[in-house]
Design a protein around this ligand. Sequence first.
Ligand code: ZN
Length: 281
Amino acid sequence: MKIFISVDMEGATGVCHREHLLPGGDDYQHARRWLTGDVNAAIEGAFESGATDVLVADGHGTMRNILLDDLDPRARLLTGPAQPGNRPLAQLGALDHGAFDAAMLVGHHTRAGTPGGLLAHTWIGMVVQEIRLNGLPASEAMLNMAIFGHYGIPVVMASGADDFCRQMREDFGERMALAEVKRALGPTAIVTLPLVEGRRRVREAARAGLAAGGEPYVVELPVAVEVDVHRDAMRERALELGATPVGRLGFRYEGDDLIDVMERLWRTLVHITREDTAFLR
Ligand SMILES: [Zn+2]
């Protein structure tokens, strides 16, 4: 049984602030260990449930956060920046049809615009007000689930703060097991569980999710993705790449090939930030 684990950092046990999320200070170096611990817990749960192969995809910022020295050696690691020529699906990659039996989302967070949401954003906070997938406000988790769903892969487990877990229940009901590793008090404050307890919950949810199985999240075709950005100039750049304007600050892509639409979406968001792509380096 082959498992794909997609990893973000905002929803890791203990993480609550920008300084945890960006290379530079001591806070970040600590947070990388906390994150790697949550990832190891998911790997542990997967192997206890019959996994024979686990691929972990580092999907936050520079996409070089997970500490290879500390990562469970049974797993392989997909790492390196999400430039379109590298990882055209942003947080994911190396997804061949039928190659994975199930996926997990570790360390995820609420979508842009979530009131009081902990570190809430959708892919690029300085650009995106909201992304809609076939009309539904989409989190990164939802966008990734749609990509997994295209390949027939069910997402069986997700971990993050309580606000993220609530949003996943609202969006997807009982479709997956959830691990709540901290309580959000606002955009940058939490009551966190101890590392050992956060990891225990991640491991338990991984086991529970794989035991329950799950259905792939398959979106209806043709798929439409709409993005509202913060400023006119950002939309102008999207239109340079052939996006269709919608509303006052929105653009849209539509098509029968979900992967093509998602790749165009990511390429466009990167194009909009072409003068400041430090976060991708
Ligand atoms: Zn992130």
